[in-house]
Design a binder for this molecule. Sequence first.
Ligand SMILES: *[C@@H]1O[C@H](CO)[C@@H](O)[C@H](O)[C@H]1NC(C)=O
Ligand SMILES: *[C@@H]1O[C@H](CO)[C@@H](O)[C@H](O)[C@H]1NC(C)=O
Ligand SMILES: *[C@@H]1O[C@H](CO)[C@@H](O)[C@H](O)[C@H]1NC(C)=O
Ligand SMILES: *[C@@H]1O[C@H](CO)[C@@H](O)[C@H](O)[C@H]1NC(C)=O
Length: 286
Amino acid sequence: MLSSCTVTRTGSVMTALWMCVLVIATLNAKGGDCLSNVKLAVIPPAVQLGQSVRLACDYDLDGGRLYTIKFYRGRYEFYRYTQTPKGPPSTKVFALPFATVDLSHSNSTQVVLTNVGFPMSGNLTCEVTTENPGMTMAQAGATMTVVALPRSPPRLWTQYERYEIGDTLLANCTAPPSTPPSQLTFQINNRTVPSLASTFYTAANQEQWSTLSIHVALEPRHFRAGRLALQCVASLPAGFAVKSETRELGVKPAEPVPERVTSASTLLVQSHALLLVVLAVLAMAR
Ligand SMILES: *[C@@H]1O[C@H](CO)[C@@H](O)[C@H](O)[C@H]1NC(C)=O
Ligand SMILES: *[C@@H]1O[C@H](CO)[C@@H](O)[C@H](O)[C@H]1NC(C)=O
Ligand SMILES: *[C@@H]1O[C@H](CO)[C@@H](O)[C@H](O)[C@H]1NC(C)=O
Ligand SMILES: *[C@@H]1O[C@H](CO)[C@@H](O)[C@H](O)[C@H]1NC(C)=O
């Protein structure tokens, strides 16, 4: 099909025309054409609520002349670029309730949408029509997802503040609502901890929160030079992620305290005691 059209430029015009007619006849009315490689890219494929997205429609005219390019959300056409043989090209926008077409950045190969809302998630299509000299048409589709990140990072809770090999780490993590609800994972020293899927619960105001808990028997492999850094990650489609604070739960090798330190104030008292000893030694040295 492709080669039959490429002939147009090099071979006999009659042969090329005949081939095109043949190709069109063997496919349905919308299908076969000399237009080729129509591709639609949604950049980025997942866009944050209220942000902008670029729909780039790439195509090879293959010697044909561009007539129109149309963009659809589902079956609703929202942008049309028309180039008639006479006169300048024209653009037409059909208002979308959940996005705005940025005309200053839209042309015959792309449309930019701003202030994108959730209902824009779904199938987008770009449709190219050429005159070759007969009308030919081809389409390409792509999917867009609109996401809303959680309004704050996930919150981490652990039963204790210090852990050693042989202890059981009991932790849970909760993420504020997002669209879609986030999937949570725990990481120990940047390695994902295998766990069940997150569960979702609905708060009094109908918002959906995500939660996950883990129960891990700690082995040497969970520590790196005595260090155990725990973090929780809330993930959304297309690589969007929001991370909790990192909590240092290991008993650091430098610390001469083998027993579990249960509060920050204990540490503070110990450092004060150390300071007093140092001062006393300094005073004696005088
Ligand atoms: C449409 O606009 C984009 C961005 O400004 C540009 O890269 C592209 O070449 C333009 N397309 C045409 C056919 O002018
Ligand atoms: C989007 O396109 C895919 C593949 O073409 C189709 O299976 C799906 O039903 C479409 N979704 C909607 C909402 O139209
Ligand atoms: C985590 O578990 C503890 C103990 O069961 C509970 O008190 C706490 O509310 C949980 N926290 C979250 C964020 O789920
Ligand atoms: C985890 O990765 C971050 C950045 O890549 C790094 O700064 C941090 O030290 C790492 N933590 C551990 C415990 O390896």
